[in-house]
Design a protein around this ligand. Sequence first.
Ligand SMILES: NC(=O)c1ccc[n+]([C@@H]2O[C@H](COP(=O)([O-])OP(=O)(O)OC[C@H]3O[C@@H](n4cnc5c(N)ncnc54)[C@H](OP(=O)(O)O)[C@@H]3O)[C@@H](O)[C@H]2O)c1
Length: 301
Amino acid sequence: MPKKVLLQLDCDPQPSTFDAIVAVDAGADVLLRHGGVTVENVVSLVHGGMFTRGGVDLASTAIFVGGSDVAAAEAVAAKVRATFFGPVRLGVLIDPSGANTTAAAAVVAVGRHVLLAGGTEAPCRAVVLGATGPVGQRVVRLLAGKGARVAVVSRSYGRAEAVIRHLVSTRGFHAGMLQAVEHHGRGSTESAFARELAAADVIVSAGAAGAALLDAAGRQVAVKARVLIDLNAVPPAGIEGVAAGDKARAVGPAVVYGPLGVGGTKMKIHKAAIGRIFSATDAFLDAEDLLAIGEGLEAGR
Ligand SMILES: NC(=O)c1ccc[n+]([C@@H]2O[C@H](COP(=O)([O-])OP(=O)(O)OC[C@H]3O[C@@H](n4cnc5c(N)ncnc54)[C@H](OP(=O)(O)O)[C@@H]3O)[C@@H](O)[C@H]2O)c1
């Protein structure tokens, strides 16, 4: 069996050390770390991986696409995919800024407490704060993909609408299941935001590091909420009263998660995904695939 070689293709000038260490811990024997990767220079890097090993040995080479510019990384990932042909392809994991693994882990946590698929019941209602960022957009996408009705919250109604338009056009979601809502962090007791809070089964806060998005008054309004998740690890908390290490901590009829409470699941998904790309050359793992991996881990698969 040849050594497992991971091509770490990162759009930032310096490839992420976090992603490198997780890859090693997940079983990569050799890491080839490339920074400053662009759509223009990625093809020769991919060819180097495609044409060195043949047959079953090809599966021992895989690709990780990362970087802090999520749009740039997604464009690179699309170029990587377009470079493959026939059976000459490598397993690929896409996780720029940790957005896919983090969003998948958050939705796995939600699924522990709330029936997302709905069945014959009314769809689950979710509020996603900071929904225009890389993580928030993917939380919206994954929740909506499960059938939830999602309030897409931003400080700008226009930015929230743009996220919805993008998801409707690229994912085929029904526009009626996504609602743009403007909110500025404080004073949440009367408004369209308050109406969404009052109806929400699930609240996920994916705002920027250190941005406080839901205060205690807002939490009081969210009378039906059964799961509240704050992904922000930098004080103050994104959701007032949620501690970083909270993991299914009961607060009245609800449970709350902080960023570290979700982070363990994120790490497990990331490592399992690295394992997956070394076992299937046709794996091209995006947010939905990572959610499926996370759900599989939950189910003991
Ligand atoms: N636990 C983990 O393992 C993990 C991994 C990755 C990321 N994270 C955390 O997940 C969160 C989301 O990450 P991200 O990269 O998607 O975040 P981001 O792009 O930095 O910010 C998300 C959204 O927050 C809003 N925002 C920005 N500054 C704000 C401010 N001063 N006040 C209020 N809202 C503000 C913006 O939306 P609008 O301008 O539209 O309002 C922005 O689109 C971050 O807190 C990050 O640290 C956690």
